[in-house]
Design a protein around this ligand. Sequence first.
Ligand SMILES: *[C@@H]1O[C@H](CO)[C@@H](O)[C@H](O)[C@H]1NC(C)=O
Ligand SMILES: *[C@@H]1O[C@H](CO)[C@@H](O)[C@H](O)[C@H]1NC(C)=O
Ligand SMILES: *[C@@H]1O[C@H](CO)[C@@H](O)[C@H](O)[C@H]1NC(C)=O
Ligand SMILES: *[C@@H]1O[C@H](CO)[C@@H](O)[C@H](O)[C@H]1NC(C)=O
Length: 224
Amino acid sequence: MAMKPSRGAGVWAVLCHSLLAAALVCSKNHGNPANDLVDMINKNRTALKLPVLNDSPGIGCMALQYIELCKGNCTNNIPHCKVPEDDFTEIFAPNCGVELPTFGTLTGQIVGCHSKYLEPSLAFSQVLVKDKTSLSLLRNKSHTEVGVGLVGAHKGPFFWCVLFSSDRANSTFVLEDQGVGIKQKKGCFSGSSNPCSGGLKRTAMLKNTLMTTLYCLCILLLHL
Ligand SMILES: *[C@@H]1O[C@H](CO)[C@@H](O)[C@H](O)[C@H]1NC(C)=O
Ligand SMILES: *[C@@H]1O[C@H](CO)[C@@H](O)[C@H](O)[C@H]1NC(C)=O
Ligand SMILES: *[C@@H]1O[C@H](CO)[C@@H](O)[C@H](O)[C@H]1NC(C)=O
Ligand SMILES: *[C@@H]1O[C@H](CO)[C@@H](O)[C@H](O)[C@H]1NC(C)=O
């Protein structure tokens, strides 16, 4: 069956272009949406000439641990939970492999949740940074480091956590074993070269495979 060269080709070209862009974004961060969120936070800051925040895997992992404990109750995009402050040093840091003597000060926190998984850009604008309080936290001049964690069930709800620190970057929240830390069983955290684990891994991987397949299909059709 021969394909008619038609207006359709233009539509395909546009579609392929966006798919290529999406595939590139995906492959850059190995499909880790926590890293995408850190990029978005930093882009939002640098647009105002604020310094880039160091992407700390130690902080990211603790953000994941925190929100993992918090998941379950999501009302109006706000997770409702009470986590004792001591849990950071007594539970989250050891669980992540953060060297305790390097435990610094966390100076800001943004949490959010949604009934289902949202792309990083939507999670940013619709869940995490949708009011003045969170925006001013994100743009605080004294912050130096950031970490993002997210976790959720396959069918939702999903939970996100951003933690900031104002310590001297790179000398606090250091991970054991030259930064390897301890692999997490669920969710994603930023600053890590590890892909997401658990349900999210499947979601992210499925999306990457789908993108690649669609992209190849596009190229094929364009060359017919
Ligand atoms: C969820 O959080 C709200 C607000 O704190 C609380 O009123 C409600 O009882 C919680 N529900 C569950 C199932 O824990
Ligand atoms: C920025 O964060 C610091 C703590 O790190 C806090 O003392 C200060 O009030 C914040 N500044 C603004 C403008 O919110
Ligand atoms: C930064 O984030 C805020 C809140 O989502 C948004 O309104 C603003 O347009 C963003 N700025 C840039 C430069 O992306
Ligand atoms: C921290 O380490 C990262 C990666 O090694 C580097 O890009 C960044 O410049 C460092 N930041 C500071 C403040 O030393």
